[in-house]
Write a protein that binds this ligand. Structure first.
Ligand code: ZN
Ligand code: ZN
Length: 376
């Protein structure tokens, strides 16, 4: 419900954005007591960005019940002031002495930290310098959980990222010819997305021709695209910090009956999974919807990964939509739906959209046609 009632974000208004970051920090501050914490120390940059807007590479955020302090170094003095609305402390050297000083002066006892997200150096350095009565308390997945439900402004950014990604695909697909290498096609896709407003790809673009398509995470090679082959194109952009993710299939020449049948199976599986999406549904049920269709085609064992994943400030976020995942989808989650089949010697077929969960179903953000793109 939250994202429907939130105000629409306008990129020109930093005031609205600052309020949103403040609201997120207030949510964390309000949750400290129930976790028996005096503060939370955030070192993981996507979580830091989520709570402050700060995009620098070196920073730590200490969230206290009544305020938050961003620690960074002189390289980011101007940038931090422009991006973050909380208190900013510029360290002369390493950040740890300033963090410890803040812990001492506020007499903090229990300081939450993110064990899977903080490197051992920082942990040990802090732990060795903490005042007598203070201790670090492991808190996992809290900010990641908050990040699963996107605000209206986040959904708008994801939508723009999806739009850019799809436009880059359409502009590039027109130029694909047999003989073009996988690397050339990947480079062209990335160049186009940057020209259209992306900061960078949200992951290393996958272009895999022929039998190499059976590797779900194939790296593009210098191999030319050959007539009579399937080509997997899996691409995403980061725009305004937010990720998009899409997979489409090309075929050079006239597709064989086996290609058409396999494509149809994956398409039906993808549509069935999308059809199963709504607020409250279990993620394993959505995954099961895709798997059931593929089973009908005798292809379920060729579907070797999960059906989808959340995305936002990172390309892979919670929730995961897989066979063994126990979560539930909620209104405002942005996720991918991407079943695929991989057959050694034949290649791979995957179809992937970015969608947003709504109370009664979902909104498909990806505007690109799901037809097999036949070239030449
Ligand atoms: Zn993808
Ligand atoms: Zn994906």
């Amino acid at each position: 419900m939250r994202w429907r009632s939130a105000r629409k974000f306008s990129s020109g208004s930093s005031k609205v954005a600052a309020n949103e970051f403040e609201r997120r920090r207030q949510t964390v501050a309000a949750g400290l007591a129930e976790r028996k914490l005096d503060a939370l120390l955030v070192a993981f940059s996507p979580n830091l960005r989520y709570l402050t807007g700060f995009t620098g590479s070196n920073g730590n955020l200490l969230v206290l019940p009544d305020r938050a302090i961003l620690f960074t170094d002189p390289r980011y003095q101007i940038q931090a002031g422009q991006e973050a609305s909380c208190r900013i402390k510029i360290a002369k050297g390493p950040l740890v002495p300033d963090i410890v000083a803040a812990i001492e002066s506020s007499r903090l006892r229990r300081i939450g930290y993110e064990p899977g997200r903080m490197n051992c150096d920082l942990f040990e350095s802090l732990n060795a310098r903490l005042p007598m009565k203070a201790s670090l308390v492991a808190v996992s997945g809290w900010i990641e959980q908050l990040r699963t439900i996107k605000s209206a402004s986040e959904l708008e950014r994801i939508r723009r990222s999806v739009e850019t990604n799809s436009r880059a695909f359409e502009q590039t697909v027109k130029r694909v010819r047999p003989g073009m290498t996988e690397q050339d096609l990947a480079a062209e896709l990335e160049y186009r997305m940057r020209r259209l407003g992306a900061e960078k790809p949200s992951f290393e673009t996958i272009v895999a021709g022929g039998a190499r398509g059976a590797l779900p995470h194939a790296q593009p090679t210098a191999a030319p695209l050959r007539p009579g082959s399937l080509v997997v194109v899996d691409m995403g952009a980061f725009q305004d910090g937010y990720a998009s993710d899409m997979t489409r299939m090309l075929f050079l020449g006239s597709p064989t009956a086996k290609v058409k049948r396999t494509y149809q199976a994956v398409l039906e599986a993808q549509l069935a999974a999308i059809d199963a999406v709504r607020s409250g549904v279990s993620t394993s049920r959505v995954d099961g919807a895709a798997r059931r269709v593929l089973k009908g085609y005798g292809l379920d064992r060729a579907f070797v990964h999960s059906t989808g994943h959340g995305l936002g400030l990172e390309i892979h976020e919670s929730p995961r939509i897989g066979k063994r995942d126990q979560g539930r989808l909620e209104t405002g989650m942005a996720v991918t739906i991407e079943p695929g089949v991989y057959l050694q010697g034949f290649g791979g077929i995957r179809i992937e959209d970015t969608i947003v969960v709504t109370p009664a179903g979902c909104r498909i953000l990806t505007p690109t046609s799901k037809d097999l793109r036949v070239i030449g």
